[in-house]
Design a protein around this ligand. Structure first.
Ligand SMILES: [Zn+2]
Length: 338
């Protein structure tokens, strides 16, 4: 229903008009990983197909001006400016996306989380989720050190509980061994999946490579965790991330992205004290001169977003709807309070 309304608004020239109205605002787009085989069916909000990404960039080329993240603070930006950001540093950013961004000559920023880059291990919880979802109906038996820890049939309804049970037997040291035990029990070709690197971040050499190709590498914490209530842990984790990135690229990163968009008033103050210039969230919206530079909104794009919704967001139509909605809600609140 929503998409039909959006096609109708587009047909009536609403997208064109909206782009005129928001021409001095900037939209920050966020991507995560890029499909290597069939992963967008598994998590369409995390992965995007090559063909969809190409369609998005074609639209940006003809309707917007893609600028780098560092240009966000400049007042003389081109109209309808868009910043492209990519979270985490998945291996497919180099193997599948970098050539597409280069083809369009678009600058982009990678918010890199460094622990899995240095470990050079797949991201355990995402790979585990993929294996379990692909194994519904099979019996999972986990035997570690001769002791049977788990034996159950995998079903859609028990995957979340299973992940919690598996987390109890998991230790950092056991990650790869445990994944191998699980995959063998479910008859999944874990070696083949790991080799495709779809659930892995880039290696140190690959980060160096993509930085040399022109990618801007910025902060996303070392452990992919925001310590909302512990300033020391927050600072230590962010500074480890900053140091590792500087060691790899030779450039000190000063722009941050809150992992999973988690932040609070304290994190903003802590970033300010650490001299961080900008920080992005997962809240939708556009940026302008009045935006808090340490809590910038972004639009999360993925295979789950239909092209018409992407165009509506980029054109500012959805921003108009959001503003109207918040006006109606605040109006109702005023009525209730008065
Ligand atoms: Zn992330």
């Amino acid at each position: 229903m929503k998409t039909i309304i959006l096609y109708f608004i587009k047909f009536l020239g609403g997208f064109w008009l909206s782009r005129k109205l928001i021409r001095n605002k900037t939209l920050i787009l966020a991507y995560h990983s890029f499909e290597v085989f069939d992963e967008s069916e598994f998590r369409p909000n995390l992965f995007i197909k090559y063909s969809t990404l190409t369609q998005r960039l074609k639209y940006l080329k003809t309707h917007c001006n893609v600028v780098s993240l560092s240009e966000i603070e400049q007042s003389n930006k081109p109209i309808n400016s868009v910043v492209i950001t990519v979270d985490d540093g998945w291996a497919s950013t180099l193997s599948h996306a970098s050539s597409v961004f280069s083809k369009f000559n678009f600058p982009y920023t990678i918010y890199l989380t460094t622990e899995n880059v240095l470990d050079n291990q797949p991201v355990f919880h995402i790979l585990l989720d993929y294996i379990l979802q692909a194994s519904v109906g099979k019996t999972l038996t986990i035997i570690l050190k001769g002791k049977e820890c788990i034996k159950t049939v995998v079903s859609i309804n028990n995957i979340e509980n299973l992940k919690k049970e598996i987390a109890l037997v998991k230790t950092k040291r056991l990650d790869t061994e445990l994944l191998t035990v699980i995959a063998r029990s479910l008859d999944v070709d874990i070696g083949g999946i790991i080799d495709k690197k779809s659930f892995s971040l880039m290696s140190v050499d690959e980060v160096k490579n993509i930085a040399q190709l022109g990618a801007d590498i910025q902060l996303h914490t070392h452990s992919h965790h925001t310590y909302l209530f512990d300033e020391n842990a927050f600072e230590k984790d962010l500074q480890a991330n900053q140091q590792h990135i500087e060691d790899i690229t030779g450039i000190k990163p000063l722009h941050h992205c809150y992992p999973s968009g988690s932040y609070n008033a304290d994190s903003i103050q802590w970033l300010k004290r650490l001299g961080i210039k900008t920080a992005t969230t997962c809240n939708p919206g556009f940026c302008d001169e009045q935006s808090n530079k340490l809590a910038l909104p972004r639009f999360l794009d993925g295979e789950n977003i239909p092209q018409i919704v992407f165009e509506a967001e980029v054109s500012g139509v959805l921003e108009v709807f959001r503003k109207l909605k918040s006006l109606i809600i605040s109006g109702k609140l005023r009525t209730v309070n008065s």
